[in-house]
Design a protein around this ligand. Structure first.
Ligand code: GDP
Ligand code: IMO
Ligand code: MG
Length: 456
């Protein structure tokens, strides 16, 4: 039995959907713990591509229970569209459960998100425009609507009428947007409530019962470490906590129940939206990565900004998440390059810096210091074991693992399930060694880590 968190180690879109789907084969329950329909997780199974926004990527396995947890924000319209799309593909969603404590994205949240971005002008965040920030803001302000309110029709009418009238003042006076008709919105949302009611549960209790029965539980993060509200590149972040710690709060369980944390990172870096990105590549190389990696947002279709792998943020992600091992995705995208750069440190105002600077002003001034490695210039898409990989590709992976001081458990070489090398089973295999052969504690100090990247 293991309870495992899968998190994004960069700025999102690392391939969490593919890795979660892969690991779901041995999971009994998969839980999404934060974020909303800003997420876009792609899972490719044979010739079918599934794009999931809210429903956990475990849904493709018939016997796996899926839970949209308390820390998420739910746009019911999009969720119902997602349910319909899966039904049209003959995927059962009977095993989907929705936390009664999750918050509901309302039409005014979407309007305020989009209008406030416009008002910010060049200070915009580059949000997905899905109302995520305003939904979480209302949750903190304690004016939010929860799933329990939605499915409890008695409360809904009274609560929404007050809230919509309150929001109408903001829409009209601040953003010059025509007011919403409370009765129309209430009617629309009562329809959604009917549809979602059979799925609504006390999800924290369901998860706890699963833990007591020693079921394998996977916690699927959305977004990535650098988009974390507290630990990311603020203010260019999302409004929730994608980091591993967020799984406990978002799922409603204690930290003692987590067995391990798997970080997912691309073999290079991408970012969507605004904000600093030290290793960003302008010009031909950036275009090449974008084209080969099909780097267009799953949710908004926006072109993703592309750059070299940044081991400084990688090490930071290892620290912030307490990462046990890594899944490196999209190695195949680098197949054609003659040489590959990796950012090993930053130059900030002439000072050499190996740690992620917590000041956003300093982060914006980081200049990457690169080490250059030879490329392998041959296809890796058909490799199914480490021995199949060209030596230069293996050396590249070892270099990343050494820099990040964490072993690599999975290497992904294409979007489909079989284009994967499982180096070490991250659920059932040994956890990262915390004791050495003599039983003495291993001190994972930065920069003194001679351990093999592929074994614990
Ligand atoms: P997520 O948000 O972290 O789940 O990632 P996305 O699904 O938004 O973006 C990752 C994209 O890369 C998807 O289109 C995947 O199908 C695709 N993908 C995942 N792993 C690989 C890989 O190893 N190689 C290639 N070429 N594509 C991959
Ligand atoms: P997945 O789960 C990549 C980015 C947006 C923007 C910032 C804030 O697919 O990895 P928001 O709408 O959340 O208020 O936008 O966060 N962003 C993502 N980038 N992948 C995602 O999700 C993202 N979700 C939000 O582009 O920069
Ligand atoms: Mg995505």
């Amino acid at each position: 039995m293991a309870n495992v968190i899968v998190i994004g180690a960069q700025w999102g879109d690392e391939g969490k959907g593919k890795i979660t789907d892969l690991l779901s084969k041995s999971a009994d329950i998969v839980v999404r713990y934060q974020g909303g329909v800003n997420a876009g997780h792609t899972v490719v199974v044979q010739d079918q591509t599934f794009k999931l926004h809210l429903i956990p990527s475990g849904i493709l396995y018939e016997d796996t229970e899926c839970i949209i947890g308390s820390g998420t924000v739910i746009d019911p319209q999009v969720l119902i569209e997602e349910l319909d799309q899966l039904a049209a593909l003959n995927i059962s969603t009977e095993n989907l459960m929705i936390s009664q404590m999750a918050h509901v994205t309302m039409p005014y949240h979407r309007l305020i998100d989009q209008a406030s971005e416009q008002k910010r002008g060049k200070r915009k965040i580059g949000t997905t425009g899905r109302g995520i920030g305003p939904t979480y803001a209302d949750k903190s302000e304690r004016t939010g609507v929860r799933i329990i309110d939605l499915v409890n029709a008695n409360n809904l009418h009274e609560q929404l009428e007050w809230t919509i009238n309150y929001k109408n003042v903001i829409l009209e006076k601040l953003y010059d947007i025509p007011p919403l008709d409370p009765h129309e919105v209430i009617q629309e949302y009562m329809g959604y409530a009917e549809r979602l009611r059979p799925h609504v549960v006390d999800s924290s209790l369901k998860i706890y019962e699963g833990i007591k029965k020693k079921r394998n539980i996977l916690f699927e993060g959305a977004q990535g470490t650098l988009l974390d509200l507290d630990h990311g590149t603020y203010p260019y972040v999302t409004s929730s906590n994608p980091v591993a710690g967020g799984a406990c709060i978002g799922a409603g369980i204690g930290p003692t129940m987590i067995d391990r944390v798997i970080g997912v990172a691309k073999a290079y870096t991408t970012r969507v939206g605004e904000g600093p990105f030290p290793t960003e590549l302008d010009g031909d190389l950036g275009e090449q990565l974008c084209d080969r990696g099909s780097e267009f947002g799953t949710t908004t279709g926006r072109r993703r900004r592309c750059g070299w792998f940044d081991a400084v943020i990688g090490r930071y992600a290892v620290r912030i998440n307490g990462m046990d091992c890594l899944a490196i995705t999209k190695l195949d995208v680098l197949d054609t390059l003659a040489e590959i750069k990796v950012c090993v440190a930053y130059n900030i105002d002439g000072v050499h810096c190996e740690e992620f600077p917590s000041s956003s002003l300093r982060f914006a001034r980081c200049e990457p210091i690169y080490e250059t490695l030879p490329g392998w210039r041959q296809s890796t898409a058909q490799c199914r074991s480490l021995e199949d990989l060209p030596k230069a590709a293996l050396d590249y992976l070892k270099f990343l693992a050494e820099l990040m001081e964490v072993p690599i458990a999975i290497v992904s070489l294409g979007a489909s399930r079989d284009q994967t090398i499982i180096v070490e089973d991250p659920i059932h295999g040994p956890k990262r060694a915390l004791l050495d052969a003599n039983g003495a504690p291993v001190n994972h100090q930065p920069h003194d880590s001679p351990h093999s990247p592929f074994a614990n």
